[in-house]
Design a protein around this ligand. Structure first.
Ligand SMILES: *Cc1c(COP(=O)(O)O)cnc(C)c1O
Length: 374
């Protein structure tokens, strides 16, 4: 009797448990920031960024970063229509206007030419979300940023372990953000990280993140500006320290699972998995299968087949512009069409080869079944 295959599950070992237990027992009073300081320092060093600020979520990190750039009412921020709601919510919370552009059919990430077409005098930032671990075209984006003066921001929540020419995703834009939600490759339960190599931006976000209190200010309880409260706790940071020591192992397993799917599905025409173009390393957060339109396979067929096989089926992100709080923008054809013929595949650390077989075979049967029906 085989059991249900979950799409995600964290990998927590004695290392994380030991640090967490230490933080719970001893991480108070004078030692209440020890794990936070260590997690921020080690994360920045691992990523190749000058500064890191641990937060309670990636959403909070984005909110503070956008606020630090002075983005507000009347400003526009460009982002891909294919995104999680967390990437757009802070834009709206600041009173600014999100501008949704289409994605490339190859990377499922922001279409840089479409982003350029949507730049106006009000554009204050472009958010590059590395979807499912796939890298945005960073050379083209950074070049666009240089030509227009518009900052490029990386939402790297899904791209821990992803690289471009040896540089890690999240370290290339003006700032980057990460999520350590329970479904992400590195987890602290809930949590996130703001990273930047810009000293001024770092100090601004540091102040914002502490309710507007300036670091080093000797006055007690003196907020200089209105800030935020998006801090990570010491106990969460302790778990993060353990996970960060294991980051190479965690990413390697994600990549091995994606490679396992790639190998098993290699004979299947018309089904694409997360790409890994020359010069990139894909962190493979979420292995995803996209069927060519010509196959005629629908998301509903895929969901039904996975459910019948007792496998978690997770839908490809709905286009943000299709959600109730925004206006439909079906002209973003790739963002609107890809999700109707795609599915995320399970990829948790302790997944066994037999589980990968079962998922791959389920997908193969749907595709072969459709071919026979033609
Ligand atoms: C998970 C995720 C977030 C949100 O992270 P939280 O830590 O839950 O705020 C933001 N952006 C993307 C692309 C994500 O996948």
């Amino acid at each position: 009797m085989s059991s249900r295959i979950f799409y995600t599950k964290p990998s927590i070992t004695g290392l994380e448990q030991g640090y967490a237990a230490d933080a719970v027992a001893n991480g108070w009073g004078a030692r209440c920031y020890e794990y936070i300081v260590r997690f921020e320092r080690d994360y920045a060093a691992w990523l190749g960024s000058e500064h890191a600020i641990a937060t309670s979520s990636c959403t909070g990190a984005l909110h503070m970063g956008l606020a630090a750039l002075g983005i507000g009412v009347g400003d526009e921020v460009i982002l891909a229509d294919t995104n999680w709601i967390a990437t757009v919510a802070p834009i709206r919370h600041l009173g600014a206007t999100p501008v949704f552009v289409d994605v490339s059919p190859d990377s499922w990430c922001i279409d840089v030419a479409d982003a350029e077409r949507h730049i106006t005098p009000r554009t204050r930032a472009i958010i590059a979300t590395h979807i499912y671990g796939n890298l945005c075209d960073m050379d083209a984006l950074l070049d666009l940023g240089r030509r227009t003066g518009v900052p490029i921001i990386e939402d790297a929540a899904e791209a821990i372990g992803t690289q471009w020419q040896g540089r890690r995703a999240g370290s290339m834009g003006l700032f980057g953000t990460f999520s350590f939600h329970g479904t992400k490759t590195l987890t602290t339960g809930e949590g996130g990280m703001f990273v930047t190599s810009d000293p001024v931006l770092f100090r601004t976000v540091q102040t914002l993140s502490n309710h507007g209190r300036v670091a080093g200010d000797t006055r007690q309880f003196w907020p200089e500006v209105l800030g935020f409260k998006y801090k990570m706790s010491n106990v969460q940071a302790a778990i993060g320290c353990g996970q960060l020591e294991r980051i190479d192992e965690l990413v390697a397993r994600k990549r091995a699972i994606l490679a396992g799917y790639r190998q098993r599905l290699s004979g299947l025409k018309g089904v694409r998995l997360n790409p890994e173009p020359v010069g990139t390393v894909n962190g493979a957060w979420m292995p995803t299968a996209v069927c060519d339109a010509a196959l005629g396979i629908t998301r509903e067929q895929l969901l039904a087949a996975f459910e019948a096989a007792d496998i978690d089926a997770r839908v490809f992100f709905h286009p943000l512009s299709s959600l109730p709080m925004f206006e439909d923008q079906p002209s973003n054809v790739n963002a609107w069409h890809i999700p109707t013929r795609a599915i995320n595949l399970p990829s948790y650390h302790d997944m066994e080869e037999a589980d990968i077989d079962r998922v791959a075979n389920t997908l193969i049967q749907v595709v072969r079944g459709t071919e026979e029906g033609l």
